[in-house]
Ligand binder design. Structure first.
Ligand SMILES: Nc1ncnc2c1ncn2[C@@H]1O[C@H](COP(=O)(O)OP(=O)(O)OP(=O)(O)O)[C@@H](O)[C@H]1O
Ligand SMILES: [Mg+2]
Length: 328
């Protein structure tokens, strides 16, 4: 399949022309995730399709903030598309992406379609497998919390003496439930087998670890550590909307929303790492929590301009380091 074209051109499209907080397109079956709006598109010869629109919404602690991060959806789309493109060359698994071109949507003004440029993906519709497939190569986040308590991560025993941010002896698969609402919960591999069957769980574990190893090696060449990441998989639907046995890599891949990225040159185990992900926003929110101004329940607080700009700068730097040599 042909690549999606110049990632640089896509990144240039992030020169912020439009801020999109939410969409209301005249397409069937609208669904709103925390960050992305989804719609059904008319099927093609191979089956049902979906339109995914990456908005400028940002979520932290599973709560969507009321303040958009202008252009974030374009950066996310560029990073995800860049990785899908690259992963195809690795031939590990087929993915769900069909096109990045804005489809014609009858009844939608040209100005509304222009706002979608650079932030949409037309994808094969899948039945998502209800397990978040996480690979971790380093000790951070919930993995670090569990390790401090039990010397395990998702029940996997690890050597003593590891520090926060340390590289693990080898990358591990740490699945989580895909909660319909509320927080995703880490589960053991055995629990994943109970949920979706051992053969599929083993297959997802192997594919996840191969994807992680490839991506981490590629990121390393750009001076970036991929500390951990989450993939979602699904079975393509047939014309009647029933799942087939065609397993696809779905959702977004390897974005700062689904991954922990650290600049390699500042990596320093034994503390919280400098990162390109939402840690900057989380730290601001933790301060609010400490001073009793927010308690992690919706609605989220309005974000000040410096937090919006700081967050965007980190996403932009991740995109630039991973996929572009020129300043954005
Ligand atoms: N090809 C696809 N077909 C159908 N659904 C998909 C496909 N790819 C991704 N999805 C689903 O679309 C949604 C994307 O929206 P978003 O990531 O904003 O949701 P979210 O709030 O993070 O929810 P979730 O926790 O379920 O990921 C996710 O629920 C994801 O599982
Ligand atoms: Mg999601």
């Amino acid at each position: 399949m042909k690549p999606f074209g110049s990632i640089h051109a896509l990144l240039m499209a992030t020169e912020i022309l439009h801020t999109v907080f939410s969409t209301d397109l005249p397409l069937s079956n609208p669904r709103r995730g925390k960050v992305r709006d989804m719609y059904s598109l008319p099927p093609d010869a191979d089956g049902p399709r979906v339109l995914m629109v990456a908005t400028d919404r940002v979520s932290a602690f599973d709560v969507v903030m009321p303040t958009p991060i202008p252009g974030k959806g374009c950066l996310l789309t560029a990073i995800s598309a860049g990785w899908f493109d690259w992963l195809r060359t690795q031939r590990i698994i087929e993915d769900h992406v069909l096109s990045l071109n804005v489809p014609s949507i009858p009844g939608t003004p040209v100005s509304d379609l222009a706002a979608l440029e650079g932030r949409i993906m037309c994808c094969r519709a899948v039945k998502i497998i209800p397990i978040e497939c996480v690979a971790r190569g380093y000790l951070a986040g919930s993995g670090w919390s569990e390790y401090k308590r039990d010397q395990t991560v998702c029940g996997i025993p690890l050597p003593a003496g590891l520090r926060q941010g340390d590289r693990l002896p080898k990358p591990i698969f740490t699945p989580a439930t895909k909660a319909e609402s509320g927080h995703d919960e880490n589960i053991s591999f055995k629990q994943a087998c109970q949920a979706i069957g051992e053969p599929l769980a083993s297959r997802l574990r192997d594919v996840t670890l191969r994807l992680y190893a490839s991506a981490n090696a590629h990121a390393a060449k750009k001076g970036v550590i991929l500390a951990d990441t989450k993939f979602e998989f699904g079975f393509a639907l047939d014309a009647d909307g029933n799942p087939t046995d065609r397993l696809l890599l779905a959702d977004e891949v390897l974005t700062p929303d689904s991954s922990r990225y650290w600049p390699a040159d500042t990596w320093n185990p034994g503390q919280e790492q400098v990162s390109y992900d939402k840690q900057f926003l989380r730290e601001y929110l933790l301060q609010l929590e400490k001073s009793g101004q927010w308690d992690r329940t919706p609605p989220g607080p309005e974000l000040p301009a410096e937090v919006v700009e700081g967050t965007l700068a980190r996403y932009r730097e991740a995109a630039q380091r991973l996929f572009s040599t020129e300043a954005l």
